[in-house]
Design a protein around this ligand. Structure first.
Ligand SMILES: Nc1ncnc2c1ncn2[C@@H]1O[C@H](COP(=O)(O)OP(=O)(O)OP(=O)(O)O)[C@@H](O)[C@H]1O
Length: 225
């Protein structure tokens, strides 16, 4: 059983693409109420690790224990052109199949009113209420990221895993997302963010560095709360 200090714990995680190893026995833990930066050079295995933590890829070895719902915010997401979705609809997907917390799974589905309130609240929290009716595909990269963050907030996920785009976000957009992630951590969530941005890395509570698929160190940042 997962230690209650940790929202997520991965042990001995390894992965290969077409028999080329890209992760080697990585251990990682994400404490509640903290922001962890996953850093390292291009190709180090950061995105692959994040996908394994989220459960969208299966590690070849070891295990991942998750103590709550996970929201995965990936790079370069778009909606199919044949399925035009508004920002509000993308956020509302976060409430699909969700039972009220404390009730048996599926026994007490959210009411339409609760869904609406959750979606509106999540949009406010990521400062996208003004764009609720806009097509998702018309948003900037940073706004799309925040929409997916809102989807997780609407689901009441308490573990947020983000793959920060390597390029394409301006400083204001990066800072805004960073402030939102810090706020989620302050509210008690476990947040991990793949990052190339030295300022974001310096701001994190913990830094996990990967190089050639191996974890180098876990350091307490000087800014640790
Ligand atoms: N779908 C794939 N098929 C084959 N190889 C892949 C695939 N995805 C990633 N790789 C390879 O796996 C290794 C790790 O990739 P990954 O995307 O996890 O690294 P990263 O640290 O996130 O890199 P970046 O900072 O450039 O996003 C790289 O060598 C990459 O080329």
């Amino acid at each position: 059983m997962i230690n209650s200090d940790y929202a997520l714990r991965g042990r001995n995680l390894s992965f290969s693409f077409a028999e080329v190893p890209v992760l080697h026995g990585v251990d990682i833990e994400l404490p509640w109420g903290s922001l962890t930066a996953i850093a390292g050079p291009n190709g180090a295995g950061k995105s692959t690790l994040l996908e394994i933590l989220a459960g969208v890829r299966q590690s070849l070895t070891g295990s991942v224990e998750r103590a709550d719902e996970v929201a995965l915010v990936v790079q370069r997401v778009s909606a199919p052109d044949t399925l035009p979705l508004t920002v509000r609809e993308v956020v509302a997907m976060g409430t699909w199949g969700v039972a009220r917390r404390g009730s048996a799974r599926g026994s007490t589905e959210l009411s339409a009113k609760e869904r609406k309130a959750r979606v509106a609240g999540a949009l406010e929290r990521v400062q996208l209420a003004d764009l609720a009716a806009a097509p998702f595909n018309a948003l900037s990269g940073g706004q799309r990221q925040r929409t997916l963050l809102a989807q997780g907030i609407a689901r009441r996920a308490r573990i947020f895993l983000l793959d920060e785009p390597a390029a394409g976000l301006d400083a204001e957009s990066r800072n805004r997302t960073r402030a939102m992630l810090a706020e989620e951590a302050r509210r008690g969530a476990a947040v991990a963010c793949v990052s190339h941005d030295e300022d974001a890395i310096a701001d994190a509570d913990f830094v996990i560095r990967l190089e050639s698929g191996r974890r180098l160190s876990a350091q307490l940042s000087p800014h640790s709360r």
